[in-house]
Design a protein around this ligand. Structure first.
Ligand code: PFF
Length: 456
């Protein structure tokens, strides 16, 4: 039985855009994008990334919106409504599983941001050397309970917003947090660009080095696209099930894609000038953000300690806000699924998700410290969850969503959703279908096959 009657709705179009952009903009933009770009040649990676956003990400986002709004239910049930009696439901179920796994390690990094807010606010970065920051970060993530504690705090914050429901919880929090995020981002980008030595960072970000582009870089750019846009696992499909009928789906997707990509590039404009200014390599990996930034605040503004404190607190608050609007959306995918599929209350469903993800979170957190030796395919549990979801499950989900909408779904329904029942002029409709039918599936398949080395 689906609890259809008490489904919430987003109250306004601005709320729809801010909540969807809130899901998309997150640690993926500010933490993951810079280190992936740093690892794979900077500007060249960014160009491939933008190509993936245009040809895979945004078209598949419109497809997810259409599936979700038409079926008005969680992402697994959506396929049962649109394709009853078929195996398409597994695409939805895989999405729910991906959401659960992502939340399980994403919340660990989200927790780090809270600890860093406290450290920044108590002037804990003062007087440290570059090596000191590296040691402090490694000591922190390897600590047996400190990161796990903050992960739990973050999970509880997410839980309480999700339990409040779509309009009062998700929409209202996005309307407060997203504008704050943009203001902080702009202030920090301005500061970073004006640092002495920042020019090398800009150079790295804007001058492509194609020699670093290989199969791995392509897979990483594609994975980053799906991850960053929250596409490929039914997250925006779930949000769209709460959209009203007059929301313009293609326009919303374009806005979300634009906001998400701008935030990623702006984050690059903060991190790379900052990294080069203090002599840290851009390919430092996942720790980049947590080592470079405190270092910069100290070196650049150490003479004005109050300014160093304010800017560093702002930066980690920015990260925490961005992460929160994303963890909410991940949580919602799984909560809506359990609530509607197993006929339990929203509260009970949310408690199950919070407990389950917290257990995964503790395991992922421990896998960076005392559980380091325990590896899966040579990766720590944390890295394995990241690889499995971002580089395999989301692109695979995106592949099937493109095929489902492009080839299988009744085109009258597709047209009705995309054009709001013929009310909107949709001159891009045919090109969009072409992208879904051919370009996205072939492109995604090519990148997978290329990665497996089968083309050599
Ligand atoms: N898009 C989020 C980010 O960039 O941080 C992460 C994410 C949220 C991925 C929701 C997938 C998802 F469904």
């Amino acid at each position: 039985m689906i609890a259809k009657n008490n489904r919430g709705n987003f109250g306004s179009k601005l709320g729809v855009i801010l909540a969807s952009a809130g899901s998309a903009v997150g640690l993926g933009n500010i933490w993951r994008f810079p280190y992936e770009a740093g690892d794979h040649g900077g500007a060249a990676f960014i160009l491939i990334y933008i190509g993936c956003v245009l040809f895979f990400g945004i078209p598949i986002m419109v497809a997810e919106f259409s599936i979700g709004r038409h079926s008005r239910t969680n992402t697994a049930r959506a396929y049962q409504i649109l394709a009853p009696g078929t195996q398409w439901k597994w695409v939805g179920r895989m999405g729910v599983l991906a959401g659960f796994l992502i939340l399980g390690y994403y919340s660990v990094v989200a927790g780090w941001t809270l600890d860093y807010i406290v450290q920044a606010a108590t002037n804990g970065f003062a007087g440290q050397s570059a090596d000191g920051f590296i040691g402090a970060f490694n000591g922190f993530v390897e600590h047996p309970w400190r990161p796990a504690f903050w992960m739990l705090v973050f999970m509880l914050m997410t839980h309480f917003i999700v339990v409040r429901g779509v309009e009062k919880g998700i929409e209202r929090s996005a309307k407060i947090m997203m504008p704050m995020l943009f203001i902080i981002l702009l202030v920090l980008a301005g500061c970073a660009i004006s640092l002495p030595g920042a020019g090398n960072g800009l150079h790295f970000l804007l001058r492509p080095d194609f020699s670093k582009l290989n199969a791995d870089a392509l897979l990483s750019a594609m994975g980053q696209t799906f991850f960053s846009l929250s596409v490929g696992m039914g997250c925006l499909c779930t949000y769209a099930s709460y959209f009203r009928k007059d929301v313009n789906l293609p326009k919303t997707a374009l806005n979300v894609g634009l906001i998400d990509t701008s935030v990623a590039v702006l984050s690059g404009l903060i991190i790379f000038p900052a990294a080069f200014a203090v002599g840290i390599q851009p390919d430092a990996g996942p720790s980049l953000l947590f080592i470079t930034l405190p270092n910069v605040f100290q070196q650049a503004f150490g003479g004005l300690p109050w300014l160093a404190v304010i800017l560093s607190v702002m930066f980690y608050v920015l990260l925490a806000l961005a992460a929160l609007t994303s963890t909410i959306s991940l949580h919602e995918v799984v909560t809506a699924y359990l609530h509607e599929e197993f006929n339990m209350t929203r509260r009970k469903a949310a408690i199950l998700v919070t407990v389950g993800c917290s257990i995964l979170g503790v395991l992922s957190s421990l896998s960076l410290g005392i559980g380091k030796e325990l590896t899966v395919f040579g990766m720590t549990l944390f890295d394995f969850f990241d690889y499995l979801t971002a580089k395999i499950m989301l692109p695979l989900g995106g592949f099937f969503i493109a095929i489902f909408t492009g080839w299988y779904m009744d085109k009258r329904i597709v047209w009705k959703e995309v054009s709001n029942n013929g009310m909107l002029k949709m001159w891009i409709y045919r090109s969009w279908l072409f992208l879904l039918k051919f370009v996205a599936p072939i492109g995604i398949a090519f990148i997978f096959i290329n990665e497996l080395g089968l083309l050599k």
